[in-house]
Design a binder for this molecule. Structure first.
Ligand code: FMN
Length: 188
């Protein structure tokens, strides 16, 4: 079988507990980001950007997650619960946030779609290099406090956090919709 078709037919996300070391090298990260930004983009607006959390910067970002969580849950006094957030970005070897960054000029909807494509192309690039990934939004993609702590502009929002590492085990297949549920052949 054509290897690209086979690759696309078998790709699967891997849940964070099963994303282990080794993660990608610096050169592999750069290569992934080039591929993630080589995508359909109406009007060459580049309506997205990437924030890379690697090594110790994952823990530092986790401290901001804790801060945002505490701001949104002022009654939460359980330090263990708050510290749970600090570890979030250290669970996988690498986390890359894809930020949708809306530019003037073309419809916002198209720019948001393009950010989703950036997320998926990043996952495909990681998979093609032998890694696995998990695209998460979690609570913090929708947190105004985290948005501000991470320095996102008013025209920006998180499209996702792509967690990347080596699969500890092969994931089971996931049920997919059958084509008769989702496809119509239009007849006039
Ligand atoms: C925009 C978006 C956000 C997602 N956020 C989460 C999330 O926060 N938590 C989660 O468990 N899965 C989340 N998922 C689902 C997984 O990333 C993954 O797509 C799903 O498990 C299907 O696996 P597959 O990639 O093997 O088809 C999200 C998917 C998308 C497209």
């Amino acid at each position: 079988m054509n290897t690209v078709i086979d690759f696309l037919k078998t790709r699967r996300s891997v849940k964070i507990p099963n994303l282990v070391e080794p993660g990608p090298s610096h050169n592999q990260i750069e290569e992934m980001l080039k591929i993630a930004s080589r995508i359909p983009d109406h009007g060459k607006l580049a309506p997205w950007r990437f924030i890379v959390f690697e090594g110790d910067s994952r823990k530092a970002a986790g401290e901001l997650l804790k801060k945002a969580y505490a701001a949104e849950h002022p009654d939460e006094k359980d330090e263990e619960r708050l510290n749970f957030e600090v570890r979030k970005f250290t669970l996988a070897p690498l986390v890359i946030a894809v930020v949708s960054s809306i530019k003037d000029g073309k419809p916002e909807w198209e720019q948001i779609l393009s950010a989703g494509v950036a997320c998926y192309n990043l996952e495909l690039a990681a998979a093609a290099m032998g890694f696995s990934s998990d695209w998460l939004t979690e609570w913090y993609s929708y947190s105004d406090a985290f948005h501000d702590l991470m320095g996102l502009a008013p025209n920006e929002r998180f499209a996702g956090f792509i967690n990347i590492g080596t699969a500890a085990k092969k994931p089971a297949e996931r049920e997919r919709p059958s084509l008769d549920q989702i496809v119509t052949y239009w007849k006039s």
